[in-house]
Design a protein around this ligand. Structure first.
Ligand code: UT7
Length: 338
């Protein structure tokens, strides 16, 4: 649905959040029954205690559609008002059609333009920035931005280096174009993004695409699962997320002292505390829920944002810093005036 007379410029405001986490819980003790690990190792090295696993008959679009419904309810928006759906995922229902098109059908958002984007764990903030450009340009009015993953389908359950880290889930926001000067909560003040394609080998799912199709000859080596050099990823994650945070604050005309809450990508509690340390922030100003969900890639930030909002940890007027890092490598940060 195009606006009949697009205004020259608008600003984008988050007007509703929602999330959906599958019911099934897989604890660290459960994992230690089929891979050589322990609750003590996983908790002390990552902060993760349990994660959610989607049912066999739940696809990524099912998780995403439920998160979207909850965000639309929170925003008081009807499906036909949505004119753009952007989904960040590395676990699409199919290679095509896009998961966004499946969500469109499931929620009845018949007026939306729909597509997926691929930026791994930074995907939600990339999608937010893409949608924001449409809204700020005045060519769309109301967008659903979703991060949704069924990472359990990409896990090699025999690889203790990776299988303990990830989980399934979905988070969504509704963003709306608002004319400049109109007071609106949830205003996205800035977003910065970056990528470094020289490091594609460090974190990847090598098989299943055009470079390495799955065949009966290679399936035994599980190329269709997550491969990660953990220490290398850790190092870059801390550096890039700190840089991106500082750049997003500067772009918003703010400083570290203005931050009320950081909502970081939920990969590892030690990464998050290193970022808080470098930004000079107390841990109380850093939201964490990875103990319950593990790393849900593109879903971590919208799920955490939704929970922080519903738990009253962020209030109207607060400066909220969102920051992510993922495969590619990719990274991004947004500042929102809640
Ligand atoms: O979301 C995208 C971004 N992803 C990330 O940011 C993840 C970044 N990386 C990490 O979070 C951490 O590197 C990990 C949690 C993946 C690993 O923690 P680490 O402290 O870097 O451990 P490590 O890989 O250096 O391994 C230390 C030891 C090794 O044993 P040796 O060689 O010292 O004998 C591993 O084999 O821990 C062993 N190990 C385990 N032991 C028990 C690795 N995984 C496990 C496990 N249980 N699940």
């Amino acid at each position: 649905m195009l606006t009949p007379n697009p205004p020259p410029t608008c600003v984008s405001s988050i007007i509703g959040t929602g999330s959906y986490m599958p019911e099934k819980i897989l604890t660290n003790d459960d994992l230690s029954k089929f891979v050589e690990t322990s609750d003590e190792w996983i908790t002390s090295r990552t902060g993760i205690r349990e994660r959610r696993i989607a049912a066999d008959d739940q696809a990524t679009s099912d998780l995403a559609a439920e998160a979207a419904r909850r965000a639309m309810t929170a925003a008081g928006v009807q499906p036909e008002e949505i004119d753009l759906i952007v989904i960040a995922t590395v676990t699409p229902d199919m290679l095509f059609p896009s998961t966004a098109c499946f969500v469109q059908k499931k929620i009845g958002a018949n007026n939306a333009v729909c597509f997926d984007i691929s930026a791994a764990c930074s995907g939600f903030l990339y999608a937010l920035q893409i949608a924001r450009h449409f809204l700020n340009a005045g060519t769309r009015t109301t967008a659903l931005v979703i991060g949704a993953e069924k990472l359990s389908t990409l896990i090699n359950w025999r690889d203790r280096n990776t299988c303990v880290l990830f989980g399934d889930g979905a988070g969504a926001v509704v963003i709306r174009a608002v004319e400049p000067g109109v007071a609106a909560p949830g205003r996205v003040l800035s977003t910065v993004m970056g990528s470094d394609g020289t490091l594609t080998d460090v974190l990847k799912v090598p098989g299943g695409g055009s470079a390495c199709p799955i065949t009966s000859d290679n399936i035994a080596s599980r190329p269709n699962t997550i491969h990660m050099e953990g220490r290398e990823t850790f190092k870059h994650a801390v550096t890039r997320m700190c840089q991106a945070s500082e750049q997003a604050l500067a772009a918003a005309g703010l400083t570290k002292a203005d931050i009320d809450m950081v909502i970081p990508h939920q990969a590892n509690a030690r990464i998050i505390s290193a970022i808080a340390d470098r930004l000079g922030l107390p841990m109380e100003k850093t939201f964490m829920n990875l103990d319950k969900y593990g790393n849900t890639s593109a879903a971590t930030i919208p799920v955490a944002l939704d929970e922080a909002h519903r738990q009253g940890k962020i209030k109207r007027g607060d400066v909220v810093l969102l920051v992510a890092f993922g495969g590619g490598f990719t990274w991004a940060s947004s500042v929102v005036r809640w």
